[in-house]
Design a protein around this ligand. Sequence first.
Ligand code: IMP
Ligand code: MG
Length: 180
Amino acid sequence: MALASQHENLEILLDAETIATRVRELAARISVDYRSRPLRLIGILKGAWVFLADLVRNIDLEVTVDFVSIESYGNNPTTSGAVKITKDLDRSIEGLDVLVVEDILDTGHTFEYLRGVLEAHKPRSLKVVTLLDKPSRRVRPVQADYVGFTIPDVFVVGYGLDYAQKFRNLPDVRILRNTS
Ligand code: IMP
Ligand code: MG
């Protein structure tokens, strides 16, 4: 099946241009907030890689990048609470200003778990930037320091976000209905 026919009937929630504008705004704020301090970005694989790639190219700081890969148990499209790290940090973050780059904050299980793991490595500071936030779905007490877009309780794909590993390559964020 051609790529276009896989997604053309999915409603666009955020188009590529809207995302690009917001990503530049976030990067500008981050550049001001951390001015002249080196920053370690930690991308959460796989969903955050597209966002991180655009964000990092707009950040005007000395930046280094690392990745952590997280997997939820089971095949549920959203997390049930049980999370494990399948790829750990390559470099120590002790004493560093760390900014976690997330695709989406949903229930909060993933970030709550990750925050505990990362704090144990004693960073100087630990903040999170998420492209998307679904606060209405939150069951754990976590909040992002920087939010691209607050969205309603819909399942979205594209710009790095997947359903069953598909749709990550779509340039827009689209709504996928009937996932269950
Ligand atoms: P949380 O642990 O419930 O906060 O979920 C975080 C993870 O669930 C994200 O990093 C995504 O991988 C996945 N997720 C949650 N909502 C969506 C969505 O609407 N589309 C795609 N993935 C989602
Ligand atoms: Mg996912």
